[in-house]
Write a protein that binds this ligand. Sequence first.
Ligand code: SAM
Ligand code: SF4
Length: 461
Amino acid sequence: MIEIINEKRIIEILSKSRDPTNSFINAVLEKGLQKKGLTLDEVAILVNTVEEEQIEKIFKTAAKIKYEIYGERLVLFAPLYISDYCVNDCKYCNFHVSNKGLLRKKLSMDDIANETKCLIDMGHKRVLVEFGEDPYNIPIDYVCDAIKTIYSVKSKNGNIRRINVNIAATTTENYRRLKRLGIGTYQLFQETYHRATYEGLHGGPKADYERQITAHVRAFEGGIDDLGIGVLFGLYDWRFEVMALIAHAQWMDKNLGVGPHTISVPRFCSAPSVEFKPEFVVSDKDFLKLIAILRIAVPYTGMILSTRERPDLRTKAFKLGISQASAASITAPGGYSSHHLGVPSDGSQFEIHDNRPLNEVVEALIAEGLVPSFCTACYRKGRTGEAFMELAKEGDIHKFCKPNALMTFAEYLEDYADSELKKKGYEMINHCVEQICCEAIKEETKKRLIEICRGKRDLYF
Ligand code: SAM
Ligand code: SF4
């Protein structure tokens, strides 16, 4: 059995670093600014920081790192729920098997094509596909067919260029099949790293803690080197979970040669049939603090925030460390098509707290000085796994990301924005393009932006 998380050690480190002195906290933040990451002992010091003034320093440090590495970019995507059939009994999820009142759905390939068209027509270029776990109703062949269908859909303004996948833990062979289809990141959340809590909250095959925590290793063996991890905050003490996330990331780095590509930070939301009441509710303040700590601890790991959070909180989180966010999401299979027809979709997985359409999210980002990006260049250029990390750690990824963000944003403005939004968007693009350091890339970006205005699409470095 491989040991990825040593609970006892995490608890010991957390308790020995209680009440950290200001000079310890300052030293950790100084080290954080070097953008080389933190050890678990250092993370524990920040986790145990409670004084307002010191927490403000954590926020400032995280915001600085976020800006230096990711600039003003924020990558946007949408989840695409394909089926809510599930044999598991996760106490927090509306799709749990004991919810007998839910009329289960499994989208046909035509339904999937329609959902994909809706997302393309909104302006999305990346999706995260979501499935329950049910080997009988949702075999891997169906998952693969769904992915092929999404990639095959061409609409008036293009197609989905990157599909990230969130399916239950599976076999190396199944991961290999996903890899062959050209998926981007494989995401799987541990939900909680605290074994006893994990076992108490789950039923069915997912209740196997070992199967869940080793899934990324099998995915890696199957050839997937862009891997996403995460915790469902609210299930257990966030302090422990943050330490465990970092321990998991460090374990992957050491043993697979590549750390996680992304860390997701979903927070529990109420859901229709769910009676579970979180004992470890994470306040907004603590939630922002943990995002900031993660940003400082693993500066080059992307961080994902969903529409589980309110718009005002999302804006703060974007500045503190989030690099990717979902927008205009619906968490029920078939939800985009029914929304398009004006029919409310029932059977959502959980309640969301940011219901804005994509154009409103884009407008709000511009107002905050953030550049909406629909970029999918890295994995299409083979910049994944170790290759990506090397570029990122050298700071070279910056060279590509900024122009790619601007070009995909220009595409969005051309194809989806009204004149007012287009005006604001291009003001931002014109300002940002001038800040590209490398003259050759700056000139080439300007040239390509003109080509995009003239109708050319899908240009990237
Ligand atoms: N069924 C797969 C799984 O569980 O890994 C696929 C993903 S499931 C559709 C996506 C994620 O939603 C879960 O990993 C869980 O963290 C999250 N989730 C479930 N119920 C939730 C709730 N009530 N509030 C917030 N997030 C929830
Ligand atoms: Fe099924 Fe995933 Fe929901 Fe658990 S979280 S009940 S595995 S869909």
